[in-house]
Design a protein. Sequence first.
Length: 393
Amino acid sequence: MDHGKTTLIQALTGIWAARHSEELRRGITIRLGYGDVAIYKCPVCSSSSSYSTQTICPNCGSETKFLRAVSFVDCPGHEVLMTTMLSGAAVMDGAMLVVAANEPVPRPQTREHMAALEIIGIKNIVVVQNKIDIVDRDKAVENFRLIKKFLEGTIAEEAPIIPVSAQHKLNIDLLLEAIEKYIPTPKRDPSKPPFMHVVRSFDTNKPGTRAENLVGGVIGGTIVEGKMRVEGEVEIRPGMRKTGKQDYESLFTRIASLHAGGRKVEEASCGGLVGVGTKLDPALTKADGLIGNVVGEVGRLPETSKTLTLGASLFEHAVGTAELTKVENIMKGEVMVLNVGTAVTAGTVTVARKNFLEIELKKPVCAKIGSRVALSRRIAGKWRLIGYGTLKS
């Protein structure tokens, strides 16, 4: 049963993030979903009831004060879709860890998500105890206690736990207050060259559109450094595979349009989710074809790499296994799956020493030195997180 993440995003933003037919049929999030919301505070009301997503206070009718806009990424909760979740985690400033009040704690995917947050280095966390409307008080209190126990010793040990009913929009004001307090807007340097991770890409042209009416492909993601402007020229790496070869080459394009916070803008800066209309052939961007790429100023992106040198840290147990399988040392010749930013690739270990790995990749990536790389090993027929590496070269 789903923990209610998509319903929670809808309660906060009004947007149903699971838009794809396969997600609706199976009742789980497969692709990353998006939702933007503006947070307001009433200057008249006190305490948590003063927080809302409305320009007019729902309690007293006063005009509210805008605090900030927040973008939510709805990540898959099902354990076999962890690679998609890690792609979302790569662009997050903070996280809401959603746990259902009517289910055991922790579920394998809850442990896996916590491990993913540690890998990516996300420390600003709010824990949401959802579905409190379908359990009695004693069950809710016991579930709360189990959540607290699970969080002991993790990066979320001091995180607040907010009981909510997303279905009935109960305690959403408390949740907004917690987001404001525990997930602050990070300081970024807007003067740096722009750098964006691609988490989605689209062809927005309807079938049958005449050639003269076609628009270029759209990429979506989060700008983590600098700013992007309409008509600015950008480079996309690793780009696309050269015809008939294994090598990749960068794509170059101009920005035709920018959308942020639900509106069209001339300039987009760090934070939040940004839609970038390009002059690329839409065939390149359709069906998420450019996920895993990075976008930046021409000539200023890191080099594309097919070999990674990593400082490795392994977990004691593989994450997501009900029996808590012990993690053995990585061996030379072992095939692994790696998450690098929003890219997912496979690789073969060519050098394996204590806390040091060299991995030859099947598909190249573009990442900055110091980036964290999630490492997964095949265990009992499934890819399981076993640790992470820090990119050295």
